[in-house]
Design a protein around this ligand. Structure first.
Ligand SMILES: [Mg+2]
Length: 309
């Protein structure tokens, strides 16, 4: 069960970062001020906006009635459980991974550390690997400061996903990779894109906005592999790209060059991604194209838009 509170007791996953003060509220919007986390120095920090847990009531109180009322409300409701929002199953799966990591490495702080950002996204903890919000403006500001970020959307009715294994699916171009090839595709069409990408198969692409998050996942996966638990690793990653197999070689070569193989790599040649993602059942899926995000949402999957265009 997730724990709610200003500071979570040792062993808990979610920390509520109530660092917003009057002084902070008047800070200029940029640059993003990454403060050092008080705990878990080597953690994979995921900063999540509270509305993704369906905490709109708290948010409204903070914005309309001020900080004192917000904290009073918060104290009074400390013991109540949350009703799940779109980030809930993702966080729950990270918690399951943490349980396994603690069993294998009791003294290690290399764990997922989920920090609730109560409205102020300008103070992300140091080394935030991913920021999630429902507010695209905030997401864009965070992305512009070189931090992985995405706008999370909730499907009308969420499909069930694993509670013991974390599954993360990524688009390739403009998500794991730079948007260079995507821009060429938009300017020149599919045929020229395919021809170009096959010609450049051995030339690695540049990193994209979410490369660092995949890197963090792979690092945690390797901790399981080191304990001979490759087959039983509770983290699974997937590349789900609209590229065809021919153009996909460059994507695979790029990932391998970085030492970041995914557990699955799927080349859909422009087909709708939703039906394929339904087979994977990811807790979270990232794409820079809204039509692919919508396609996943239609099938009850939580999907995130990476607004880099
Ligand atoms: Mg893309």
């Amino acid at each position: 069960m997730l724990i709610r509170g200003e500071t979570v007791a040792e062993g808990g996953l979610v920390r509520n970062r109530n660092s917003t003060t009057d002084e902070n509220a008047s800070r200029p919007p940029n640059p993003i001020d990454q403060r050092k986390s008080p705990k878990l120095e080597n953690a994979v920090t995921i900063a999540v906006s509270p509305e993704l847990f369906h905490m709109e009531e708290e948010q409204q109180i903070y914005e309309n009635q001020g900080m004192e009322n917000y904290f009073r409300f918060h104290r009074e409701r400390m013991t109540e459980h949350w009703s799940p929002g779109p980030a809930f199953s993702f966080v729950k799966a990270m918690e399951a991974v943490n349980v396994r990591l603690r069993e294998l490495y009791p003294d290690s702080e290399e764990l997922f550390d989920v920090v609730l950002m109560t409205s102020n996204h300008h103070q992300l903890p140091t080394d935030t690997k991913l920021y999630l919000s429902a507010d695209e403006t905030k997401v864009r500001e965070v992305l512009e400061n070189g931090i992985a970020a995405a706008t999370m959307f909730a499907p009308e009715r969420m499909t069930e996903v694993s509670e013991t294994e974390l599954r993360v699916a990524f688009d390739g171009d403009a998500v794991l990779f730079s948007d260079e090839s995507e821009r060429f595709f938009k300017a020149n069409g599919l045929d020229m894109f395919e021809e170009r990408e096959q010609g450049l198969a051995n030339l690695p692409m540049d990193t994209g906005p979410l490369t660092g998050f995949l890197e963090a996942l792979v690092k945690l996966q390797k901790k399981f592999y080191a304990k001979d638990q490759r087959m039983d690793c509770p983290i699974r990653t997937y590349l789900v790209t609209a590229r065809s197999g021919g153009a996909g070689t460059r994507a695979l070569n790029t990932l391998r060059g970085w030492g970041l193989d995914t557990d699955g790599a799927h080349f859909l040649a422009g087909a709708k991604k939703g039906p394929f993602l339904e087979l994977i059942q990811p807790h979270i899926f990232f794409d820079d194209q809204k039509r692919h995000v919508d396609s996943a949402l239609e099938l009850g999957l939580v999907a995130c838009h990476v607004p880099i265009a």
